[in-house]
Design a protein around this ligand. Structure first.
Ligand SMILES: [Zn+2]
Length: 194
């Protein structure tokens, strides 16, 4: 059966406080993609883990972040990236120093999609950032394999999942699992011997 290949690009930097030389590996690599793997039955394989240090002075506006992610992807495509490309960038920081986390992803592009996630170990209010970062990564991967927002219950694909994940553990709803399986089926996964 076809595996879901992911090229991970991790950008460390001043606005990813708490991320040291270990980087995102502090977030157990399987912790963010394992729920998707479990829900869909499709094995996820990290094709490459590319890590770079971010030296840009500030990342205060969404435009900066978007520009940076475009540059990131242009750079990644020269690095023999394969499959889905997921970039973990530093959080957005407003002029008061508050750090925000968000993500962006294409919908149902399990063979060659792009997603951006910003991650941090500690939130600017001092609370845990690892679980919310993990949930954002799972959420964006969910979009890439076909899951849409589901705001009728607390779950990983909720449009405010990052917010809710600071107070509770979130699972994947059956409706999202069905959407992911439909997308993966349409893209040739689940075929035997391939
Ligand atoms: Zn979303």
């Amino acid at each position: 059966m076809k595996e879901l290949l992911i090229t991970v690009f991790y950008l460390s930097g001043a606005f990813a406080p708490g991320f040291d030389a270990q980087g995102i590996s502090k977030i157990q690599p399987c912790a963010w993609y394992e729920p998707i793997q479990k829900a869909t039955g499709v094995k996820v394989r990290i094709h490459k883990f590319i890590k770079r240090k971010h030296f840009a002075p500030e990342l205060q506006r969404l435009e900066d972040w978007t520009k940076l992610s475009y540059r990131t992807f242009a750079w990644m495509s020269r690095q023999k990236a394969k499959g889905i490309r997921m970039a973990f960038l530093p959080p957005l920081v407003d002029p008061l120093g508050n750090r925000y986390m968000a993500g962006l992803a294409q919908l149902c592009k399990p063979l060659n999609g792009l997603a951006v996630v910003n991650a941090q170990e500690v939130r600017s209010n001092g609370s845990d950032g690892i679980y919310p970062s993990t949930v954002i990564a799972t959420h964006e991967l969910g979009h890439l394999v076909g899951a849409e927002h589901l705001d009728t219950e607390f779950n990983v694909m909720h449009s405010q999942a990052a917010f809710y994940s600071s107070t509770q553990k979130l699972g994947i709803a059956q409706k999202s699992i069905n959407q992911m399986k439909r997308c993966l089926t349409a893209n040739g996964f689940y075929k035997r011997g391939k």
